[in-house]
Design a protein around this ligand. Structure first.
Ligand SMILES: [Zn+2]
Length: 439
């Protein structure tokens, strides 16, 4: 019954989503070469469109003396420079198509300068993203119509419980919980509600899932529902967070990576060995500092959204770091795996004029067994290390952290503060580096 309502909802509202979903499910058994062929076709169409309608690319192709025939496959993409958020922000209107009408929805994303980047997403691109989401959850056993609880903030769910939202939730069999101001009382209420409605799947920001699990464990709350899977999204999920969430809910967490501005996505399979990259909406690549495509080593994640004709970005720098692993996965899915998302490249500390980025900090802090932590810089030579742990850090661990920092940046002041998990949330989201000096 739920499945019929779910499908009916899409048939009436957005039939394309179901069509794409069926098509993408069929793709699961196709060899990777066939998917690449589809990507090449998509790329050709996109390039042609940019030649005909996008002022920014018309200018760029002209300056590089490129014509339509110079692009026949993904390999030819390297002829174009990496596109940064700042470049788009400087002249957003030149990415909007001229002489053609496209249906779109508006989106925005954070940028390195703290000013959000506003972009347009075509209906086609959006419908593909939704279909990919359901296909991604399918790896965890989710089937359209299954009951799903969602804990998320503003970017995933509107704060207002409008009638439209409620109707949507009913049709899709979703239950939305806001991740705003999740204190003990609110978490109690959420759990009470979940105990009544018994969801089969749970989805949320890594930090929200962590808070919920922590609350259940600390207060020995009895759960009378059994989840089949948990979907972590929108934030980097740390190993310790994953462990706690899985222990408390006695089920596996399936991580995913996705950006609407780049149109890229990747979903973890049952092997939990990385996230299979989606081919049906975009091209996800990793590049080194010279902009050359690399595989099997850490690189910047760049995205070419193949169906966003409302505002096309080619070789768009997502600001994230990752590693693409092409070795076959035991699950049989032929798509390469995206591994180790190192967090936004824009997250860094600058101490004594020396920059230390998030990858280094992740490795350093990973050597100390902490449940969760956050490093906050308020002065040029002083940081707060806030952490969540059963007990206070011992001298040995404090000394290790100090020594590691001193070796990287020289003498600085480090204040260790043991805090409650809620204290690590900034504007409702978890960030492990906060730099108040260089923003
Ligand atoms: Zn797999």
């Amino acid at each position: 019954m739920r499945k019929i309502v779910f499908r009916l909802g899409y048939v009436l509202k957005r039939p394309m989503v179901l069509n794409y979903y069926n098509e993408f499910m069929r793709n699961n058994s196709k060899p990777i070469e066939e998917l690449e062929l589809q990507q090449n076709k998509g790329l050709k169409r996109l390039i042609d469109f940019c030649f005909d309608h996008i002022p920014y690319y018309q200018r760029l192709f002209k300056s590089l003396h490129l014509t339509k025939v110079d692009f026949n496959s993904i390999n030819h993409l390297e002829q174009l420079p990496i596109l940064t958020k700042d470049q788009i922000k400087n002249e957003p209107e030149s990415f909007i198509p001229v002489n053609v009408k496209t249906n779109f929805i508006n989106g925005s994303t954070g940028g390195s300068t703290g000013v959000p980047l506003k972009y347009r997403m075509s209906q086609e691109c959006y419908c593909r993203s939704v279909a990919l989401l359901y296909r991604g959850w399918w790896f965890a056993g989710y089937r359209p119509g299954d009951k799903l609880a969602v804990i998320a903030g503003a970017s995933l769910v509107s704060n207002k419980e409008t009638f439209k939202k409620k109707a949507q939730d009913f049709v899709l069999n979703f239950r939305h919980y806001s991740s705003y101001g999740m204190d003990s009382e609110i978490l109690d209420r959420y759990l009470l509600h979940m105990n009544q409605c018994k969801p089969s799947f749970l989805r949320g920001y890594a930090s929200s899932l962590y808070l919920l699990a922590k609350h259940v464990e600390e207060n020995s709350i009895k759960l009378n529902f059994h989840l089949k899977g948990i979907f972590s999204t929108a934030e980097v999920l740390s190993i310790s967070q994953r462990k706690l969430i899985e222990r408390v809910f006695r089920v596996k967490v399936f991580d995913n990576y996705g950006l609407n501005d780049g149109g890229v996505s990747a979903y973890e399979c049952d092997e939990h060995n990385g996230m299979h990259i989606d081919y049906e909406r975009s091209i996800l690549q990793t590049v080194n500092d010279d902009g050359k495509v690399v595989e099997g080593e850490k690189g910047k994640i760049i995205a070419t959204s193949l169906y966003n004709f409302a505002m096309p970005f080619i070789r768009y720098d997502t600001g994230d770091l990752g590693l693409i692993d092409t070795s076959p996965c035991v699950c049989g899915n032929a798509r390469p795996l995206l591994k180790q998302i190192y967090g936004r490249t824009t997250d860094y500390l600058k101490l004594n004029n020396k920059v230390i980025g998030s990858p280094v900090l992740t490795v350093l802090m990973g050597k100390v067994d902490l449940e969760n932590y956050q490093i906050m810089q308020k002065k040029s030579d002083e940081i707060d290390v806030k952490y969540v742990n059963e007990s206070l850090l011992n001298n040995k661990d404090e000394d290790f952290i100090k020594k590691s920092f001193f070796e990287h940046v020289g003498q600085i002041k480090i204040n260790f503060k043991r805090v409650k998990p809620y204290n690590l949330l900034i504007e409702n989201k978890y960030k492990f580096i906060i730099n108040e000096v260089c923003r």
